[in-house]
Ligand binder design. Structure first.
Ligand SMILES: [Zn+2]
Length: 264
């Protein structure tokens, strides 16, 4: 056939094997995709299609139209735009060995009162802003290490009422800034200072001794919370449920990020 491509500047006549004439408005390169789509509808057998040179001269008006339609650079002849995706995943470890199994008393978001708390006696009231990792009887007299969950920067090391020792570390996890709070640690065991860089799985402290000033009178356990963004909020409880939006559920977050056991 005879296939006539028409453009405002000129008409191209192409010989085809089928004996019919088709007239279409064509935009040449970089609109090859449009051409290919049109051609494939007209001539199902692509072996019959005449290649169109990407260097064919096209009037400026057509080029503008083409670019507007395809929205690709003029040099990108017919290529399908590839959208870059971030496939980098930060390696994350648990803040204490066996973290998930240890969270047996206070989960994230749990409403605690002195009357109803699973921990007795209890002095706090509010929505628990972290997850508490408990210790075993055998661990009361031995050091229990606490680890940085990822590569990060130490932003806070201090003694805080209600916790004893606190370390906070800021992380960039897959383009998301989070700040972890490690509470009830022995301050004298803390090996890092504000401003220090830490690496994934690096031991940063051990837990404070239970019912001592190291844990501000609390049982030996890790209060681990994960704040959204850069933060120095040391609150362990939120007075309003809506305030919990400032934190992630650390159990959920660690699972979602594939946190693995720290190397001990
Ligand atoms: Zn807690």
């Amino acid at each position: 056939m005879e296939l006539k491509y028409y453009d405002p500047a000129r008409t191209i006549t192409l010989s085809m094997t089928r004996n019919r004439t088709v007239r279409i408005v064509m935009v040449l390169a970089p609109g090859l995709l449009l051409c290919a789509a049109a051609c494939s509808k007209i001539a199902p057998s692509t072996t019959n299609a005449v290649p169109v040179s990407a260097n064919s001269s096209v009037s400026p008006n057509v080029n503008l139209l083409t670019n507007a339609l395809v929205n690709t650079p003029a040099t990108n002849s017919g290529a399908v735009p590839v959208v870059a995706t971030n496939t980098t995943t930060t390696h994350v470890v648990l803040p204490i060995a066996g973290f998930f199994d240890r969270v047996t008393k206070k989960h994230f978001g749990q409403y605690i009162t002195p009357k109803t708390s699973p921990v007795q006696p209890e002095r706090f009231t509010g929505y628990h802003a972290g997850a508490d990792a408990e210790t075993t009887p055998a661990e009361q007299s031995v050091d229990v290490p606490v680890y940085s969950i990822a590569d990060g920067t130490v932003t806070y090391v201090n003694y805080v009422s209600g916790y004893g020792g606190v370390v906070m570390i800021q992380y960039e996890i897959n383009s998301d800034t989070v700040t972890a709070l490690y509470g009830h640690v022995r301050l004298s065991s803390v090996t890092v200072k504000k401003g220090n860089s830490v690496t994934t799985g690096q031991q940063i402290a051990v837990l404070g001794t239970g019912y001592s000033t190291e844990s501000d009178g609390e049982r030996k356990h890790l209060h681990f919370s994960l704040l959204k963004g850069a933060s120095t909020n040391v609150k362990g409880y939120a007075s309003q449920q809506s305030e919990l939006a400032a934190w992630y559920d650390p159990e959920q977050w660690l699972r979602d990020h594939g946190a693995v056991e720290p190397a001990t």
